[in-house]
Design a protein around this ligand. Structure first.
Ligand code: KG4
Ligand code: ZN
Length: 348
């Protein structure tokens, strides 16, 4: 089954053709990163407008690379929520229109479910249930217990900023540019642990699985305010190293705690933009090996950050679980919630 998938929830206009949830026939992304670098972050109004000229060429390119036409597509999927409203609407309206005109089923997908299914892309492995998924990016930061397809429970989440936001804001304070995650990671790689710049690990000793990252950014701000400009620039890499270490420590400690609370889970996934971070991957890999856990990330780094292929993967498994729901569906209905757990509980 070939699904044409569209993703436009934030600042990436993306389209992909995915076969049977795993085989990526094409995955095209038009990024607005350069545009938002000028403002140091995404301006929602600017992002929404920018999707308009990009969406049709991106879809055409995805079809071309997959060497198919719309007639060969079995269904159209799109990222329905959460995200920036104006941005989401561009993808939603385009998908609905193609579905209507071409008489193809329409499959709305929760954006975070797309991340949860990104591990299937290009993979031939049998993935097992239950699995614990740490999904961390700019827009979300959750620990998900996936008992079966779309049968899930959010067992922990950030109470304020996501880890991706923390990377972006920290990079901005350090003058490292946008997007912050990759910039901060590459500075941190050159830095060393320096006790002079130690930062807190928020909620590390809290017994629950919730997290918090807003205080870390403030702690960095206060630290920088106490330093001379020359001291900051001379120690930029050590500062980035410590800041990244604090985020990685919190994320890995919460995942470890989750496995202690749910010891029957043997399969762990790390997904979302922050799962591209090598320090986090290495730390979790060492722990998983020691504990005999199956740890998986998206096979290709390009499936960590926002892309449409992951929407095509989730859509396929939604189709397989609820075929009768999608067979005749070519219209979007308004959903009262963008909460991941409720999204799949309420409507199916
Ligand atoms: O999944 P994604 O593309 O968008 C959302 O759904 O939010 O994630 C983007 C986030 C940004 O905050 C970015 O700084 C972060 O992922 N990110 C990283 C890395 N690459 C992207 N964070 C840490 N290390 C990276 N290598
Ligand atoms: Zn995302």
């Amino acid at each position: 089954m070939k699904i044409l998938a569209i993703e436009s929830s934030c600042d990436e206009t993306a389209a992909a053709v995915v076969e049977n949830g795993r085989r990526v026939l094409s995955s095209v992304i038009s990024s607005q990163a350069d545009l938002h670098a000028r403002t140091g972050g995404v301006v929602p109004e600017v992002a929404a407008r920018q999707h308009l000229p990009a969406i049709i060429p991106v879809i055409e390119q995805a079809l071309k690379e997959a060497a198919i036409t719309l007639a060969d597509v079995d269904a159209v999927a799109f990222s329905e929520c959460p995200g920036l409203t104006g941005s989401l609407l561009v993808g939603a309206i385009t998908a609905q229109f193609i579905s209507e005109v071409e008489n193809k089923p329409l499959i709305p997908v929760h954006h975070v479910a797309g991340h949860l299914y990104s591990v299937y892309l290009e993979s031939e492995e049998e993935l097992t249930f239950p699995r614990l998924i740490l999904t961390v990016s700019g827009g979300h930061n959750e620990l998900v217990l996936l008992k079966d397809h779309f049968d899930l429970k959010i067992i922990g989440a950030s109470l304020d900023d996501s880890a991706g936001e923390a990377f972006d804001k920290g990079a901005r304070l350090l003058g490292l540019g946008y997007p912050g995650g990759p910039a901060l990671e590459s500075a941190a790689k050159k830095g060393r642990k320096n006790p002079l710049f130690s930062l807190p690990r928020p909620m590390l000793n809290d017994p629950g699985l919730n997290m918090s990252f807003a205080g870390l950014k403030t702690a960095l701000l206060y630290k920088l305010q106490k330093l001379e400009k020359t001291e900051i620039s001379a120690n930029l890499e050590d500062l980035a190293h410590e800041y990244q270490a604090a985020i990685v420590d919190v994320l890995s400690s919460k995942l470890r705690k989750a496995v202690e609370i749910y010891p029957h889970v043997r399969e762990i996934h790390l997904v979302g933009g922050v799962s591209a971070n090598q320090t986090l991957r290495q730390k979790l890999s060492a722990w998983a090996e020691e504990k005999n856990l199956f740890l998986r990330f998206p096979i290709n780094l390009k499936y960590c950050t926002d892309n449409a292929a992951m929407i095509g993967a989730a859509a396929f498994f939604q189709w397989r679980k609820w075929p009768e729901r999608y067979l005749s569906n070519r219209r979007i209905t308004v959903k009262p919630t963008a909460d991941l757990e409720q999204y799949y509980q309420l409507f199916f």
